[in-house]
Write a protein that binds this ligand. Structure first.
Ligand code: 4AD
Ligand code: MG
Length: 450
């Protein structure tokens, strides 16, 4: 029975007989024995294996180079070396797969750009191993958060005929790209979803509190460090909830995730704090301890104009806040996380509930230092006539969206929800600067490798 390196390092006692397997990180030979650091990805650390020259299998020790896969049987003993509790004295070793000299990860200190070009091998580095373990734990924390609050997990479709955000940034799904839409696979134009919200709303209007968590796609030609063409989104939707309740949940959600990461990271946070972002732990602890500031869009615009700072994109009431504005607001004005609400109607999608002022809608964005927008949400327009008028004004085909309007026809209720970008959350909790480095295989304009 193979034991993971993580469990070996956590062992409470010495063990007479253990088996482990992994990839060689480093090896050092002396006359009578070799020291090998073996990592199996179960945790950041590797374990030291000591192999006497007479050990069965050690005849191939010369081939157990960095990157090779090796199986070891032996004894778990206390390590005399400092900083390490346990090591393995091998009684048998086996080379599983050797490595030719061109193994790209021999040396340390590769650039993120280079590592993206070998995304099939980068999980074997300390930093990326830690990133993807964090990703997995964060996903688990997301489910725990909603589960503890009795939200039902709904699997909304990946292929859809509706454009939730109305921005026309959809990838078409077709088996017949030259033919007529009616002759295509689904008998009409269909796309990869940009958001599961509209379908989640149907379930909220039945099960009250629901969430969806899955891949979403945007054919948006923006080559930034925060945009990906394929990304994962978490979207709760709550019946009998208004904008206030929506903002409360969004803030509580982020605090829960950050606390979970601080409590359960198995040592992985260390590497980000050391090599990626020195202020990471303080920033995360401050978020868990403190609250979120809130300000209306109108106040935010006043603050930006009042700052006297000249932005690349000039500020006036009615603009879409750009990342430079969002970052200035949370990094300089409030010096922490910030929720902005009540945005101009003209820059937001059709489904947001209109405020009485006739100019704004009940939208909200949660902004965090370093990343900017991490969550976007709103209260939804639950009034049939107002929603229908808005859909018509946006040229939506009412035949395609009749089901959405039905929710307002049959037992309509106030409801609200939000979408949290999973990769942006991961960037925030790790300090990683580029979205391409927190998703296993990134898809961005012009890039679909692997
Ligand atoms: O603000 P967005 O576009 O909102 C929606 O899609 C709503 N339907 C959500 C809802 O209310 N249920 O996207 C939500 C979040 C953003 O705040 C951002 O974190 C992330 O999704 N996001 C992206 N992440 C990576 N790459 C992209 N291209 C992204 N676009 C949005
Ligand atoms: Mg948004």
């Amino acid at each position: 029975m193979r034991t993971s390196v993580k469990n070996l390092l956590k062992s409470a006692t010495a063990l007479d007989s253990v088996e482990l397997a992994g990839w060689v990180r480093t090896r050092r030979d002396s006359k009578d024995f070799s020291f090998m650091e073996l990592n199996d990805g179960s945790c950041l650390k590797g374990i030291q294996v000591i192999i006497d020259s007479g050990t069965p299998g050690s005849g191939e020790i010369g081939k157990m180079n960095t990157g090779a896969s090796v199986k070891v049987a032996g004894e778990l003993v206390e390590s005399p070396g400092k900083g390490q509790s346990w090591e393995v004295r091998a009684t048998e070793v086996e080379l599983m797969g050797g490595v030719p000299d061109d193994f790209p990860l021999q040396k340390k200190g590769h650039t993120p750009e280079f590592l993206r070009s070998i995304a099939h091998l980068r999980p074997r580095t300390n930093l990326y191993g830690a990133t993807f373990r964090m990703r997995s734990r964060l996903a688990y924390a997301v489910h725990r958060f909603f589960n503890e609050r009795d939200f039902t997990y709904v699997h909304t479709p990946v292929i859809t005929a509706s454009d939730c955000e109305g921005a026309g940034e959809m990838f078409q799904v077709t088996t017949n790209d030259a033919g007529k839409a009616e002759e295509d696979f689904f008998g009409k134009k269909s796309y990869l979803t940009v958001s599961g919200q509209l379908e989640a709303e149907t379930f909220a209007c039945a099960l009250s509190n629901v969430y969806t968590f899955g891949p979403t796609f945007r054919a948006e030609n923006s080559n930034t460090s925060r945009h990906a063409s394929e990304f994962w989104m978490i979207e709760p939707e709550m019946a009998f909830c208004n904008l206030e309740g929506d903002m409360d949940l969004a803030e509580e959600f982020i605090q829960f995730l950050v606390k979970d990461v601080l409590d359960n990271n198995e040592g992985d946070l260390e590497i980000f704090a050391k090599f990626v972002d020195k202020g990471l732990l303080q920033r995360l602890e401050r978020l868990v301890g403190g609250g979120f500031e809130r300000m209306s869009y109108t106040e935010a615009v006043e603050k930006l104009i009042g700052s006297g700072k000249s932005f690349d994109y000039p500020v006036e009431w009615g603009i879409n806040l750009q990342s430079e504005h969002e970052r200035y607001l949370c990094e300089e004005v409030v010096k922490g996380p910030l929720t902005v609400y009540n945005y101009p109607k003209s820059i937001k999608p059709f489904y947001m509930r209109a405020n009485d002022d006739g100019k704004t809608v009940t939208a909200m964005d949660v902004l965090v230092p370093g990343v900017g927008e991490i969550i976007g949400g709103s209260q939804r327009e639950e009034r049939y006539d107002l929603l229908k008028a808005e859909m018509e004004a946006n040229d939506l085909n009412l035949e395609n969206y009749g089901w959405y309007l039905d929710l307002r026809k049959y037992g309509t209720v106030p409801h609200a929800g939000f979408g949290a970008g999973f990769e942006r959350l991961l960037m925030y909790v790790t300090g990683m600067q580029n979205i391409r480095d927190v998703i296993p295989f990134s898809r961005t304009p012009g890039n679909c490798e692997f």
